[in-house]
Write a protein that binds this ligand. Sequence first.
Ligand code: PMP
Length: 438
Amino acid sequence: APAANNLEAFFMPFTANRQFKKNPRLLARAKGVHYWTPEGRKVIDGTAGLWCVNAGHGREEIKQAIARQLEEMDYAPSFQMGHPKSFELAARHAAMLPGDLDHAFYCNSGSEAVDSALKIALAWQRARGQGTRTRLIGRERGYHGVGFGGISVGGMVNNRKQWGVLLPGVDHMPHTHLPAKNAFSRGLPEHGGVELADELERIVALHDASTIAAVIVEPCAGSTGYLPPPKGYLQRLRQICDKHGILLIFDEVITGFGRLGTGFAADFFNVIPDLMTVAKGISNATVPMGGVFVRKHIYDGLMNGPENVVELFHGYTYSAHPLACAAASAVLDIYKDEGLFQRSAELSKYWEDGMHSLKGLPGVTDIRNLGLAGGIDMEGRKDAPGARGYDTFVKAFELGLMVRQAADTIAMSPPLVIEKNQIDEIIDLAGKAIKATA
Ligand code: PMP
C-alpha cells in the first residue's frame, strides 16, 4: 500500500483531477473566517467553506453541544421511532420558516434533500389521485447535487450528460441569466423576469399540466456562478405553478440560513414554495445534515391519502442523527444571539460596493451580487474555456484567499461573521488574482 502521506493513495471525488495532482492545496486548520495550510499559511475564507460555514469556523458552542450529545446518546434510529431532539429541532425550524412550512424531514446532505423532496412531491401527487403527474421540471444552469434526482433536474450539462442514465420525463426551463440586458446589475436584475418565468407556461403547454408533478429551482442559482433572478421571476413561477396544480420546490441549500440577509430566500422574495430543501448552514457544516421542509397541505395530503401511498418507504439510517440535531440547534442559537441574518443584510450593501469596485479589471465581463455573495465572470481563453477561472482561483489561494471557481466565473460567499475590513481584504486579493491572470 502507498504511504499514508502519499496523495495518490486517496480517491478524492471533488479533487481527483489532474490539476489537483499537479498542484495540491491542503487545508489543515480553521478558526473564525480563516483556514491554515499544513505549512501554517493563513488563508481568508471567501467562500464559507463551500457556502456552508455561515457562523464561522470552530464555534465553541457547537463543539460543546456535539460533545454533550455524544455523551448522552450517540445515535438513535428515526425509523419507526425517534428521539426528542429531532422534534424539538423541527419545531424550532417551523417557527422560523415563513408561511406554513411546518414539517421537516431530515437527511444528511443537500443531494439527499433534493432526492427526498422530489420523491415527496411525486408521492403527494399520487396521494391526491394525480399519479399521472410524474414529470419534473428543472432549470438550465441549476445545481441540485449529485444524486440521480439532482443531476436529472439539474442543468449543468456535464453533470447531467456524462452518466448515460437519468430520471425519465424531466424537462428544463431556461436559466435566469441574460447578460446582455442585465450585465453588472446590482442585486436583482431589472429586466426579463416575467418573460423568463413564462417559459414554464411553454413547457406546461408542451407536456400538458396533467403530467407535471413539480418544478424545482434555486431561488438564486449558486454553484453555476451566482445568478440572481430578475425581478418578478419567482412570483410569476409561483402563479404558474398554482394555476396548473404543480408543486414549487425551492432548493435553498445555499440561500437558506441567512445568505440573503433573511432566514431563507422565501422570506427575501416573499414567495412561499410548497417544499424547501436545505443543508450546509443548517448545521454550519459541522456534522453533515440536510432537510426538506414542507407546507401543511403536503403533510396533510400524505397523511390522509390512501394507505399504500402513506406508507412511504423513505428515510436514511442517519436521518435526524442526534449529533446533527445537536449541532443544528446550537447554530440556531448562534444565528439568533448574534443576529447573523440581520448582520448579513446590513453588510450586503458594503459587499455589493466591494464586488462592483472590481468592474473594469482586465477581462471582467460581469459582476453579480445578492445578499452576502456574488459572482465575477471573466472572459475565457479561446482555446481553453475555464482555464482563466481556474488560474484565478489558484492565484487567489496563493495570495491567501479562498474563492470558488465555476468555469471562468469566480464566486464568493464569506461567512456571515465577516468584518468590513476583512471584506476589504477579500476584494483586494480577488482583484489582485484577477489582474494576475489577465
Ligand atoms: N442543491 C444546491 C442548491 C447546492 O448548492 C448543493 C451543493 N452545492 C446541493 C444541492 C448538494 O448539496 P450536497 O453537496 O450537500 O449534497
